[in-house]
Design a protein around this ligand. Sequence first.
Ligand SMILES: NC(=O)c1ccc[n+]([C@@H]2O[C@H](COP(=O)([O-])OP(=O)(O)OC[C@H]3O[C@@H](n4cnc5c(N)ncnc54)[C@H](OP(=O)(O)O)[C@@H]3O)[C@@H](O)[C@H]2O)c1
Length: 194
Amino acid sequence: MAKNIGVIGDGNVGGALARGLKRAGHEVRGVGNDAGAVREAAAWAEVVVLAVPFGAIDSVVKMAGEALSGKTVVDVTNAIDGSMNLAVGFTTSGAEELQKKLPKSRVVKAFNTVFAQHMDTGRLGDKPLTAFVASDDATAKATVVGLAREIGFDAVDAGPLKNARLLEPLAYLNIQLGYTLGLGTQIGLKLLHG
Ligand SMILES: NC(=O)c1ccc[n+]([C@@H]2O[C@H](COP(=O)([O-])OP(=O)(O)OC[C@H]3O[C@@H](n4cnc5c(N)ncnc54)[C@H](OP(=O)(O)O)[C@@H]3O)[C@@H](O)[C@H]2O)c1
């Protein structure tokens, strides 16, 4: 069934996910850095995708505030600091910290291990990439697994939100391979199923 999906952040990731979700038949409102628009989109949507820089999370939480209560909030961010290093790990993750800031929302970590270039199709060429989906809320997780499949990903239940501690470094490896080690962004992570 078509869902109302708010995408906060209208950059590479927000634009790509908005395209993929629209193609899948959902109602999508994408908004940029505008407090009123963020609040309205959050209030309208059933599912809200946070596609903003890690450093903008607090600002979005402040802008959207109560409008995110009871909503499924998809955290696509990578907790990377200004020196391009992982900002958190081992004992927490960006997603768990977001859940603490939004205790009434159902935070789901997803799509962060994929380069934006592949997020509108979930594919690299004709091969589906893996979307690892982690959350403590089974219903919210199932919703996001469904959305990821509709975009074209091979969506995999990656367990509780705590596993964002694994998914965020995995994304960092993807970034290292793509940018630091010269493989470029025409790469993607794929779980093989036997
Ligand atoms: N690029 C990738 O391949 C990739 C892959 C996986 C995950 N990610 C993660 O996804 C997130 C977005 O990455 P991106 O590449 O899409 O970055 P981007 O192209 O720089 O886009 C970020 C967007 O967020 C907006 N924004 C900033 N602060 C905001 C706020 N307070 N409220 C609403 N919108 C705000 C920016 O608007 P203004 O420019 O007007 O400030 C911009 O449109 C990051 O956390 C990144 O780590 C990126």
